[in-house]
Design a protein around this ligand. Structure first.
Ligand SMILES: NC(=O)c1ccc[n+]([C@@H]2O[C@H](COP(=O)([O-])OP(=O)(O)OC[C@H]3O[C@@H](n4cnc5c(N)ncnc54)[C@H](OP(=O)(O)O)[C@@H]3O)[C@@H](O)[C@H]2O)c1
Length: 329
């Protein structure tokens, strides 16, 4: 018995040692950054606020030549005040192909023969979100045109320039591109971004272009602003037919709003740098990862749930969803 315990202990030490070695090797490999930052142009969409704004400022501080896609004039003025003159702003509505093409033409003249080092597809919206049968096809189309078609259009518009530099495409999806715990177009759009990301990664490998996907959990930005999200849900409710409202019952709306408030309060992380560091790594590391899942809720709640058997996952999600009126079931 003693020999058995000793040999197992030995095996455990060897395994722990190998694991430690692997972590040190990974840390060392991942800590290397690409050279000549000052010659590298990085195009970031949705820089008015949130992750995009912080990333633009962070990359500017690190010495990259940032091309910041800006949606509103107010966002542009504020970003310019806080950055160096290396940063260029470009007006961009990712849902409008003319605007996307204009931005790409400007970028083409800026970057010259070096090409574009990276594009970060960050622009996105989160409303309207609600039960699927509360929504219209126009609700779906309007969000997909920003969150999914916008990502594809922007990528295609600059891909030839990225191939020149053997650079990067960084797509901001969401952990809700891996699991769909609520209705509406948001998860649909993010699952689409994941699929686009994965096929692009394979297609671009022979050209030396690296493709990475960022899948954050809940973070405190405009897209998770409870006042805005609750207002949007109430607007969806207000436009429902009386028959549909009776089916769900008024309690459903009230408990949805209450649950939303509680869930956002519990899960939302205020440290946006957790996401921005992943974006920076995807842009600047010599060996970027293919996927990043910043946020404790993404790592320890949503991703494990997404790997569970569907019946178990559905049961857990249903337990934490608002109840529909008894008579409608
Ligand atoms: N916050 C989270 O918890 C979370 C989690 C997972 C994934 N994400 C994703 O992260 C990305 C960034 O969002 P965020 O959280 O940083 O929220 P945010 O502060 O609202 O940032 C989104 C940015 O996209 C811009 N935008 C909206 N529509 C646009 C359009 N048609 N064309 C160009 N730009 C447009 C917004 O401009 P305005 O501010 O002027 O409207 C804003 O600057 C989004 O793709 C979002 O889905 C966020």
């Amino acid at each position: 018995i003693c020999t058995f315990i000793c040999s197992n202990k030995m095996l455990l030490y060897v395994l722990l040692g190998l694991m430690a070695l692997w972590f040190v090797y990974r840390w060392f490999r991942e800590s290397k950054r690409v050279p000549n930052k000052g010659d590298k142009y990085v195009y970031v969409t949705g820089c008015d606020s949130g992750f995009g704004n912080l990333l633009a400022r962070h990359l500017d501080q690190l010495g990259y030549r940032v091309i910041a896609g800006i949606y509103t004039e107010k966002g542009e003025n504020e970003l310019k005040k806080r950055t160096s003159d290396r940063l260029t702003t470009v007006h961009l509505d990712v849902s409008d192909s003319v605007s996307v093409a204009k931005a790409a033409a400007l970028i083409n003249t800026l970057v010259g023969n070096n090409g574009l080092w990276a594009v970060v597809n960050n622009a996105g919206i989160s409303t309207p979100s609600g039960p699927t049968d509360w929504l219209t096809i126009e609700d779906y189309k309007s969000m997909l045109s920003v969150n999914l078609c916008g990502v594809i259009d922007v990528t295609l518009s600059v891909l030839p320039l990225i191939k020149v530099s053997k650079g990067r495409v960084v797509n901001v999806a969401s952990v809700f591109g891996r699991i769909s715990p609520f209705g509406g177009p948001y998860c649909v759009s993010k699952y689409g971004v994941e699929a686009f990301n994965d096929s692009l990664r394979l297609d671009m490998t022979p050209f030396g272009v690296k493709v990475a996907c960022i899948e954050p959990g809940f973070f405190k930005t405009n897209v998770t602003d409870t006042v805005m999200v609750k207002r949007s849900l109430r607007e969806l409710w207000d436009r429902l037919s009386q028959k549909m409202r009776d089916e769900y019952g008024l309690d459903f709306l009230d408990s949805s709003l209450e649950m939303l408030e509680q869930r956002f309060k519990l899960l939302t992380d205020v440290d946006l740098m957790k996401v921005v560091s992943c974006m920076e790594h995807a842009v600047a590391a010599v060996h970027p990862r293919t996927r990043y899942s910043p946020g404790w809720d993404a790592k320890f709640l949503w991703l494990p749930l997404s790997y569970m058997p569907t019946c178990l996952c559905d049961r857990i999600l249903k337990t934490y969803s608002p109840e529909i009126k008894e008579s409608a079931r």
